[in-house]
Ligand binder design. Sequence first.
Ligand code: SAM
Ligand code: SF4
Ligand code: SF4
Length: 338
Amino acid sequence: MILDRWQRPLGHLRISVTDRCNLRCAYCMPEPDYVWLPRTTLLTFEELTRVTRLVSALGVRHVRLTGGEPLLRAQVTDLTRQLSAIGSLDDIAMTTNGVLLAPLAPGLRDAGLRRITVSLDTLRADRFRELTRRDQLDDVLAGIEAASLAFGRIKIDTVLMRGTNDDEIEPLLAYAAQRGAEIRFIEYMDVPGATHWDAAKVVSREEILARVGRAFGPVEALPSDGPAPALRYRLASGQVFGIIASTTTPFCATCDRLRLTADGHLFFCLYATRGLDIRTPLRDGASDEELTALIRTAWQARTDRGAEARLAAPDRGAFVGVDALRKSPQLEMHTRGG
Ligand code: SAM
Ligand code: SF4
Ligand code: SF4
């Protein structure tokens, strides 16, 4: 186990397997165009597996495949299989927008994927089109159905934005109950990439709880399970749901997450403006020991508490401007993996 400057162990790795996405969610990719990572810079499956194996020896037990849209990376099922073969991981999970999930779900499970989270912000086709600039709600719902069959209990993540989809808290909770899924409402974050972020559009945990209480009766808070970001609650019906209150109640104090971009940069915080380039030494022939030393030293020097710092910032607006994002696409949420 290795600890950072705040005594936080390294426990989770989130791998962004591609920066490409087939949706354009308003809270993540609101701009008309993007600078993409050059394809030659993308780590191969062997390189991704090697980095994962090295960080697993430093304490990582949980790996999540994300993006961009992870299912756009060709043969991502094969990557899942290669990661499963590492052996020392407790868990391989994926966060996907669900568009391409229906036909792939059984194969992913067979390849060793243990858990799946599907992002779903609305049940209304017109709103889905407006929010994502694509017309694919039916594909996402089919993906959720197929994943529920393949994986049993899945998770659904919903980013709430005031005036956009905050009137769907109740129908989305009912939908999750009907599907046997655990839904988590996420506060809209001012991560780099959220160039249209506005504090007035954040629907806070307090507000979500008040709304749920009015619609469904008393809400019981459940004990937290480790460094997981979601606060969990139970309704009188027994339905469990979560709230990821990263904006109003950051969980930086227990954050054990490392992020790997598709082009081989390690980021120690969602809000970090600089990452550690691991691709260059990897491709220059560095040994396992040399790569491990680089990662260990960087983790041990880690002081990031980005969401807390943002909470304390006066006159909070979008964190990073469009020009900076064009110069450094690794800053984007869809590149470093949400
Ligand atoms: N494309 C996949 C998906 O949407 O599930 C995986 C990548 S996406 C970047 C991962 C998660 O980040 C999604 O659940 C998305 O809702 C969340 N996300 C992106 N931008 C966000 C923002 N500004 N605030 C809160 N969550 C955000
Ligand atoms: Fe939406 Fe995920 Fe794509 Fe971002 S990466 S635009 S959250 S589907
Ligand atoms: Fe971790 Fe950074 Fe998010 Fe805080 S803001 S929880 S340190 S990734």
